[in-house]
Design a protein around this ligand. Structure first.
Ligand code: 6PG
Length: 253
């Protein structure tokens, strides 16, 4: 397995560990202490508790919010007020409850076609980062039961994208069309944290950590960055040789 595996007893302790590590990353000494910290938020439901914690008294006042810029790893092509919107989750649970400047919030547009939205987001990323492949300070990702991450699904054409930063994912009849960041962009990150909770993810997690493979989540391997898997005991229940302790167990990669 590449990276660090941290096994926490449950979603609450996983979320706390993620908040603690995010805080450490944001406050990590840097050449220019005023430099922006660019954070990519995960979609789905797992990060909800983490977002609540970041907006809570326990963490809120320790985070230099004006330095943070918020992006998304993927988005469903639904209106921003739709309960399925990844933007809406972060906006309702975190962003509206902390002193973030509006220009620091970079949602994936959803009013156009997925292709136009992906191009618009790519333009936004290039405007923000300038030339070259952007290196986010931290990317939060989830894991689907089929091994997908962001909206990079098994067998999808998007997985083979080598140059674009964001692409459309058409799901056909079922589900939502989406926009997703691409592997070249994810693998340029300084840090990637996977947040994985629940027994329904145990098989996908076991496969994702089983070394080189073709699952989308297995292809997230930051070139120079740190990769941390933050998982709960239920998701880790199929991992051999890893005893689950009452506290967070760190298994170096
Ligand atoms: C999405 C997500 C997706 C998610 C995983 C896990 O838009 O659906 O980006 O990649 O992170 O499917 O979702 P849960 O946290 O809801 O299990």
């Amino acid at each position: 397995m590449r990276g660090t595996l941290v096994i926490c007893p449950d979603l609450e302790s996983l979320s706390r560990e993620a908040a603690r590590r995010l805080l450490a990353a944001v406050n990590h000494p840097r050449k220019d202490p005023r430099a922006p910290f660019r954070l990519v938020l995960a979609g789905g439901s797992t990060p909800r508790r983490l977002y609540q914690l970041l907006a809570s008294g326990e963490f809120r006042d320790k985070i230099p919010w004006p330095r943070l810029h918020f992006f998304w790893g993927d988005e469903r092509m639904v209106p921003q007020d739709n309960p399925q919107s990844n933007y809406r989750l972060a906006q309702e649970v975190l962003l509206k409850n902390v002193p973030v400047q509006r220009p620091n919030i970079h949602p994936i547009p959803t009013q156009a076609s997925p292709e136009e939205a992906a191009q618009a987001y790519e333009n936004e990323l290039r405007r923000h980062f300038g030339r070259g492949t952007p290196a986010f300070d931290l990317i939060l990702l989830g894991l689907g039961g089929d091994g997908h991450t962001a909206s990079l699904f098994p067998g999808a054409v998007a997985l083979e994208e080598k140059h674009r930063l964001a692409v459309a994912h058409r799901t056909g009849l079922k589900g939502f069309d989406r926009v997703t960041l691409t592997l070249p962009l994810l693998n340029q990150a300084r840090r990637v944290f996977f947040l994985v909770a629940g027994g329904s993810k145990a098989t996908a997690l076991q496969a994702a950590l089983a070394g080189a493979g073709r699952l989308p989540a297995q292809r997230v391997a930051p070139r120079q960055g740190e990769l941390v898997w933050l998982v709960d005991a239920a998701a880790a229940s199929r991992l051999e040789r890893v005893r689950v302790q009452p506290a967070a167990t760190e298994v170096a990669g």
